[in-house]
Design a protein around this ligand. Structure first.
Ligand code: SF4
Length: 155
């Protein structure tokens, strides 16, 4: 089960989208210099389907995208929640910020339009750094990953 610690409407997580960002806990990774070490603990409120539906009913018309920030500890639950977003509001896109470097081969990409991969490497910097190890992808209708990390870099 995934738990969330907060949510907010944000403009910087996904290029060209107004996003409802939902921050999930129980991160299995241990990046040095982690921005939010508390997210490594199993804290927060269970993100049950009814809870997500409530958020979508309240904020779905104000955003163009829902972004799950974390969720690596329960990929099945994450995929089910992503499917639920489209079932409730088919116009919304779904993004996922993962701390892993590679997706498992069994991972179902079909409910996602954006995916960020990669943990935080202090020496390389976050997505906004040109030297970052992290990668931000847009998924095509054929589920091909298109690297659009450069959209986070200032010209
Ligand atoms: S993936 Fe994110 S939340 Fe998890 S340890 Fe790394 S920086 Fe922290």
């Amino acid at each position: 089960m995934l738990k969330y610690v907060d949510y907010d409407i944000v403009g910087s997580e996904v290029p060209d989208e107004i996003t409802l960002g939902i921050t999930l806990s129980n991160c299995p990774f241990r990046c040095r210099g982690c921005h939010s070490p508390q997210l490594r603990s199993d804290i927060g409120t269970p993100l049950l389907p009814a809870v997500l539906e409530g958020l979508l009913l309240r904020y779905g018309d104000a955003v163009t995208c829902v972004c799950f920030l974390g969720g690596d500890s329960d990929l099945l639950a994450l995929q089910q929640l992503a499917q639920l977003v489209h079932a409730v509001n088919s116009t919304l896109k779904v993004a996922w910020y993962s701390g892993r470097t590679f997706l498992p081969s069994s991972f179902d990409l079909s409910s996602f339009q954006y995916i960020k991969l990669g943990g935080y490497e202090e020496s390389l910097g976050p997505l906004t750094s040109r030297s970052t190890n992290q990668r931000f992808y847009r998924l095509t209708s054929r589920l091909e990953l298109v690297d659009i990390t450069h959209r986070f870099w200032k010209e």
